[in-house]
Design a protein around this ligand. Sequence first.
Ligand SMILES: NC(=O)c1ccc[n+]([C@@H]2O[C@H](COP(=O)([O-])OP(=O)(O)OC[C@H]3O[C@@H](n4cnc5c(N)ncnc54)[C@H](O)[C@@H]3O)[C@@H](O)[C@H]2O)c1
Length: 417
Amino acid sequence: MIENPRIAVVGLGYVGLPLAAALSTEFSTIGFDIDEGRVKELKQGHDRTGELSSGALRDAPLSLSATLSEISDADIYIVTVPTPVDENNLPDLNALRKASQSVGTVLQSGNVVVYESTVYPGVTEDFCGPILEEVSGLKAGTDFYLGYSPERINPGDKVHTVDKITKVVAGQTSEVSELLARIYGSMNNGNIFIARNIPTAEASKVIENAQRDINIAFVNEIATIFGKMGISVYDVLDAASTKWNFLNFQPGLVGGHCIGVDPYYLAHAAQEIGLDPKIILSGRETNDNMSKVIAGRINDLLTGPSKLLVLGITFKENVPDIRNSKVGDLIAAFKEQGHDITVFDPLADKEETLDEYGIELSDDLGSGYDCVVGAVPHDVFNEYSLRELLKEGGLVADVKGMWRHRSLPDSLRRWSM
Ligand SMILES: NC(=O)c1ccc[n+]([C@@H]2O[C@H](COP(=O)([O-])OP(=O)(O)OC[C@H]3O[C@@H](n4cnc5c(N)ncnc54)[C@H](O)[C@@H]3O)[C@@H](O)[C@H]2O)c1
């Protein structure tokens, strides 16, 4: 097959950009995105997702473009566009449809189209393949070939980066699988697992995140039970995790566009074939309800409408990504309870937060609060003096246990799950 492939990565977000940069050190690589603003920023050396430093971006021999014709001579297309859910929690495949249509217009005989977006089994071959065929007039499996390689990177995680994690690949033929193993293997020392076929690779990714979601839901459920019993779930987990086979998941809000979304893809696929994925959907319901549970527990410890400082709005610690953050639900619940809320997050973009949640981020921390809610454990919050933020008798509501081991003056009260 193709000896020295030219690669086009379609979609330059959290997944596409680091991947394109890593591949560009071995292969002629171009990154394409429909968002002209994003491409312009990247060309200026700024990655707003924080995944690549400006140095890494400048050093990567990567071409960038928002013009489709500029990727028309690629041999391999790697599609890394979003796969969210709609308002009914059903898979929204629109970005995949549009990206496949775009690739279809430039597709040529002998090309390979690899999808990296998280999907349910069957999407690559039964949804994307036919779109590529229709637009290009070529036939999948004979004129061009499909492949799937799930992405496992974790936003903000500087340890498990694309060059260090095992990459699962699958091609429509064994030659395509071998080609993908060679391409991806060039960036991670050959650390490749070739899955039996494309649906197996798709299934493997979606269950990785569904499994995490279910395990976190279990811990959230026991956190709620033990909370009512006056037992700290963190103390319980410390004790239980000394057993060799105990799975040590942490309680909390499950947001973002992976763990809180992907299980719905699997549930949808199950329902389409007449099954009722009870465990998967029950896990989702438990996790989605946690903002209400947490707001209820904190409210019980306050005497009427109070002045609250919420620290953190992003969906997880130390990242700027606010998409599908469950802190938005937590704040909405506090507002419904009549509290006066200040939200502070130095990592989040102010304008984006206002657009997405209607929440105005404060420029400064302020003081004199009845309660400080540690919603997202950004490292920077460790430096704050809780004593200076709170009134005498104020409550430290430590949602993620980030101040668990910090001693507090007797004048402050503390709540954690
Ligand atoms: N974020 C993660 O850490 C992560 C981890 C594993 C898997 N995934 C999966 O990878 C996929 C991409 O996620 P992401 O976080 O990188 O998304 P993202 O929103 O950060 O980036 C997607 C990019 O694709 C671009 N795009 C959208 N439609 C396009 C089109 N038709 N043509 C070209 N570009 C287009 C957007 O402008 C955006 O820049 C999703 O399926 C996600 O579930 C994400």
